[in-house]
Design a protein around this ligand. Sequence first.
Ligand code: NAP
Length: 249
Amino acid sequence: MTDKVVVITGGSRGIGRATALAAAARGYRVVVGYATNQAAANEVVAAIEAKNGKAIAVKCDVGSEQDILALFKAADGFGTLGALVNNAGIVGKSGVRVDEMSAERIQQMMAVNVTGSILCAREAVKRMSTKHGGQGGVIVNLSSVAAKLGAPNTYVDYAASKGAIDSFTVGLGYEVAAEGIRVAGIRPGLIDTDIHAAGGEPDRAHRLAHMVPMKRVGTADEIANAIVWLISDEASYVTSAILDVSGGR
Ligand code: NAP
């Protein structure tokens, strides 16, 4: 158990929500970031408080540096930062080839999935690094098996953004390894969340389940369990590492 703060971007729904609940059950004080869905974020906070946990909801579109600074300022007021889960992520419309993609789509993808994660990590390192007087901590970045598969004819821009996240996880991990900070990545496979509807294909995960070696989709809880292990002391020798949680996909 720990009473440190964990900041979870996109903590209002899906994998972020499941991670918020799992982290609170282990004693973390949870900062639930959300982009627009305040009702969903408030529901997560209420669910945590109903079990005597501590949580606050903070609006933070990770495409905005101002929002990110405000998120970490709110976290500072809530306790000592122990972990960041860079979970917020988007997909564009599924089934769009690269030769049909607009510059706006690609820029939005990179701004949210890549720049947003790097800026959040910057703020976390400033607070957690022993070089800056901090007590150390853990950063977990959400990648995707798409980083390995490339997602051709689906959303190559998304896959590329997650490839960048994998490089970022490895590089940042090395950079801060001697400063008390561990950095790890998770590559989820097909997980049953709203993200597929956001890409215009609500049944995508179930439609492709037969391609998964385990022949089923994964749940948000199955990803959350891996995340809370990575941020715990049980993973104390894990850094610059990326874990596939994908049923073998
Ligand atoms: P989801 O169900 O669509 O939920 C997305 C969450 O991110 C929501 O809490 C949403 O907030 C938030 N969000 C969206 N845009 C944001 C922005 N610009 N700034 C801040 N927060 C934002 O997604 P998910 O499936 O749980 O995915 C979570 C992470 O896992 C993502 O990085 C995704 O790429 C990765 N992943 C998912 C799968 C999968 O199959 N589900 C597979 C591989 C990787 P609001 O509630 O306010 O909208």
